[in-house]
Design a protein around this ligand. Structure first.
Ligand code: ZN
Length: 437
């Protein structure tokens, strides 16, 4: 076997919970003593650290949001003196200021261990060659993959994002066995491997996808074209160290998350109360060990659900489902809340179309909303079947999402592909309102 394990040693969930309670108490005290922001936030909520006597008492703690991080720019949530900070990372704000997070040496060390655990969960060994296709720099992804890979003891091949040519060359020359990227990048590679007919020249076994939601269909496509046996889903956000806060095991029945590093609450984004076990809500995280920028009930805006059943793999770490979108990505169409992942899900059921799609929303003159879903005809399929296929998809959308959407089939390869995240929902309804002034 591989020797050192990065898995926690808990024998039971009770032991894990006792550990979480200690971590929660430590975090609350640490933040209260050392961060003016948290102290004020606690005082405003009339909560003192000694209020926390059990895990359930987390409900008394105030929330933290992305705007708190932006308002505290450039060092929000900082809870240690500057001489203890060894690195910062930032997350791109789509609007306004970036969110910058501080790391102490111990935070970096913890993160490497968390990431090494991901590779252990994916059942890598030290012979594996891990080709990293995500970015390096202010954004955390690349360096996290590399630290974790080195800590684990496999060989890191740090190529970075984009640059398909070098990636293909490395896959062939170095015989990389693991490929880490966004879903769009992996799909781009899959198409290139297919186009050049080099599948039998590479040795990919595992693909680890992060940073972007992806459908079952995309995973299937990536596996077929690259020959990889497993596609893993790595969640993570910069506020919470970065990627590497959990991973699905080889059974792929949900993402085991590192509950000894953070507490995950799933709350209704409107009421901020816990949703019933197993229902979808917003992920709210509280760190248990983070020194530089601890998080207390941080609202991630990511949607998922807990998977209450124990995993057949036997690992005691609890699971959440795939990220089902952002509470901000949700769009309302004819009074129905729709998450892009629901559209993904419907489209995944059709072999006749490609994996790229776009949703366009319009407001028509008679005051009704109109949804047009653009999908690509599968390569090699006849245009003559477009009408029939569009109707089938439309029927399925009505059945599964309970809304009427029109489907437009476009030529294969015409929807934009990028190595980074693809924008899929285009809401033109507001354009029209602003034109009408
Ligand atoms: Zn498992």
């Amino acid at each position: 076997m591989m020797g050192k394990s990065f898995m926690p040693r808990f024998e039971s969930l009770d032991e894990l919970k006792a550990f979480q309670l200690e971590g929660l108490k430590w975090t609350v005290n640490h933040a209260y003593q050392n961060s003016a922001f948290y102290r004020k936030r606690f005082n405003d909520a009339k909560v003192k650290p000694d209020k926390i006597k059990s895990l359930a008492d987390i409900k008394y703690l105030p929330f933290t949001t992305a705007s708190d991080l932006q308002e505290g720019y450039p060092f929000p949530l900082r809870s240690v003196p500057f001489d203890q900070i060894v690195r910062i990372h930032a997350s791109s704000g789509t609007t306004g200021k970036r969110k910058i997070l501080c790391y102490t040496a111990k935070d970096i060390d913890d993160w490497a261990n968390m990431f090494a655990r991901c590779f252990e969960m994916a059942e890598l060994n030290k012979e594996d060659r891990v080709q990293i296709a995500v970015g390096y720099g202010l954004w955390t992804a690349g360096v996290g993959f590399q630290l974790g890979c080195e800590r684990f003891g496999a060989m890191a091949v740090p190529v970075g994002p984009g640059n398909t040519e070098i990636h293909l060359q490395m896959l062939i020359d170095l015989q990389s066995t693991v490929f880490c990227s966004t879903a769009s990048m992996a799909l781009l590679m899959a198409e290139e491997i297919e186009r050049r007919g080099i599948k039998d020249k590479i040795s990919l076994k595992k693909v680890i996808l992060g940073a972007e939601r992806h459908s079952e269909r995309m995973r299937r496509r990536i596996k077929e074209s690259t020959g990889a046996e497993h596609v893993f889903d790595i969640p993570g956000l910069t506020e919470l160290y970065g990627p590497g806060t959990g991973l699905d095991c080889s059974l792929h029945q949900g993402i085991h998350y590192w509950a000894d590093f953070y507490i995950l609450e799933i709350l209704d984004p409107e009421t901020l109360e816990p949703v019933p076990d197993g229902e979808v809500g917003e992920m709210v995280v509280t760190t248990l060990k983070k020194e530089g920028s601890p998080l207390i009930r941080y609202r991630t805006r990511d949607l998922t659900r807990l998977i209450p059943e124990p995993c057949p793999c036997g690992n005691i770490l609890p699971k959440h489902d795939r990220i089902m979108g952002r509470s901000d990505d949700m769009f309302i169409f004819r009074a129905v809340n729709i998450y892009p992942s629901q559209i993904d899900h419907v489209l995944s059921g059709f072999e006749e179309i490609g994996s790229e799609y776009q949703v366009h929303l319009y407001h028509t003159e008679d005051g009704r909303d109109r949804m047009i879903i653009k999908v690509e005809r599968a390569s090699g399929l006849s245009v003559a079947r477009d009408g029939e296929i569009a109707q089938m998809i439309s029927r399925e959308i009505r059945k599964q999402i309970l809304v009427r959407g029109e489907v437009e089939i476009v030529d294969y390869g015409t929807l934009p592909r990028t190595a980074r995240k693809s924008k899929r929902v285009f809401d033109h309804r507001t354009d029209l309102f602003s034109e009408e002034g």
